[in-house]
Design a protein around this ligand. Structure first.
Ligand SMILES: NC(=O)c1ccc[n+]([C@@H]2O[C@H](COP(=O)([O-])OP(=O)(O)OC[C@H]3O[C@@H](n4cnc5c(N)ncnc54)[C@H](O)[C@@H]3O)[C@@H](O)[C@H]2O)c1
Length: 305
């Protein structure tokens, strides 16, 4: 028991947290630093939709960590650029002499119906979430392989896993991240490297739940990024060595282990399938097993607001 407790930390580890100037990423960076990690705080400082912001949230988070006696360095590269990811990882290695965990958290959101989604909306959203997660993970891979250890934690979303209207690019990116997470877990397990997803909930900027003005304050107090941070810290620690390739949801005080797609029904026809046979048999056989067209709020038993 004591051994497990001793390993359930990040003391002395170097951790990159992307998009850590605000929201959930900031809470993860602060908790990591409080537990003795050396934190590379990445944030480009953009608006919710990805427009240039003019401020430097990365430096604000770093100032907060340093003021509390922790160790941190700011990075303002875009994770949506391969060169940005390269220089982010290089900064971690140069500043702290190594790298132990990556939290792929940076993101933007553009809320628009699929039929009105522009190529630019789709491109920007997928670039930050999916390409960003790939770029930072890929830039880190040689270090993790050389040291035969490392942990990736990627942020997915119930918007992709379950569904939510008007967020097609975001949902596509978040499901893409699940495939990326699984592939990294499979390809790098032999090197002692782990890769998992968190599906978080927090009343931060990117919450897909648009609370009404009067509910905002109560919502912010109830569902917070600091409730997500302990899971990220645990998954980065050696105590989570047995967790690889998993999707874990966290929403206030609840955790969820998500299933991952597997065939749920089979249908065999010795003569092979014709259009007529499909028309006659598929719906009667499988109709009751079809996944309903639900959104996240139809699936969770309680209302976070
Ligand atoms: N808040 C929720 O309820 C919720 C739910 C599901 C998933 N998520 C995921 O959790 C993560 C954090 O969400 P949040 O609500 O804390 O977001 P947030 O908007 O508060 O913070 C995200 C940060 O990412 C930064 N960023 C954007 N593009 C960047 C880029 N190209 N390079 C570097 N930094 C960049 C932004 O400047 C911002 O500070 C996201 O991946 C989001 O999709 C959040």
């Amino acid at each position: 028991m004591e051994q497990t407790m001793a390993n359930a930390g990040v003391e002395g580890k170097t951790v990159i947290v992307t998009g850590a100037g605000r929201g959930i990423g900031r809470d993860i960076a602060l908790l990591m630093a409080r537990h003795g990690a050396r934190v590379v705080v990445n944030d480009l400082g953009v608006s919710l939709t990805g427009e240039p912001g003019g401020d430097s949230p990365a430096r604000e988070t770093v100032a907060e960590i340093l003021a509390a006696g922790g160790q941190a360095v700011a990075n303002e590269d875009s994770v949506a650029e391969w060169e940005g990811a390269q220089s982010l990882v290089a900064l971690a290695v140069e500043t702290f002499g190594g790298l132990d965990a990556v939290i792929n958290n940076a993101g933007i959101i553009r809320e628009v119906a699929f039929q009105d989604t522009s190529p630019a909306d789709f491109d920007r959203t997928v670039k930050v979430h999916l390409y960003g997660s790939f770029y930072v993970a890929r830039a880190t891979a040689p270090h993790f392989i050389a040291q035969k250890s490392g942990a990736y934690i990627h942020m997915t979303s119930s918007t992709g896993l379950i569904g939510r209207r008007n967020l097609s690019a975001y949902a596509a990116a978040k499901m893409g991240i699940v495939g990326l997470m699984r592939s990294i877990a499979l390809d790098m397990a032999a090197y002692g490297v782990r890769s998992n997803c968190i599906s978080p909930a927090a009343a931060t900027r990117m919450s897909p739940v648009r609370a009404s003005a009067e509910k905002d304050e109560a919502f912010r107090a109830r569902v917070r990024g600091d409730q997500v941070a302990p899971l990220a810290l645990f998954l980065a620690s050696d105590a989570a060595a047995a967790i690889n390739g998993q999707i874990i949801g966290v929403r206030r005080n609840e955790l969820y282990l998500y299933n991952q797609p597997r065939p749920v029904r089979t249908l065999h026809r010795a003569e092979g399938w014709t259009v007529e046979a499909l028309a006659a048999q598929l719906i009667p056989a499988w109709g009751p097993s079809f996944v309903p067209l639900e959104e996240t709020q139809n699936v969770f038993a309680w209302d976070a607001i």
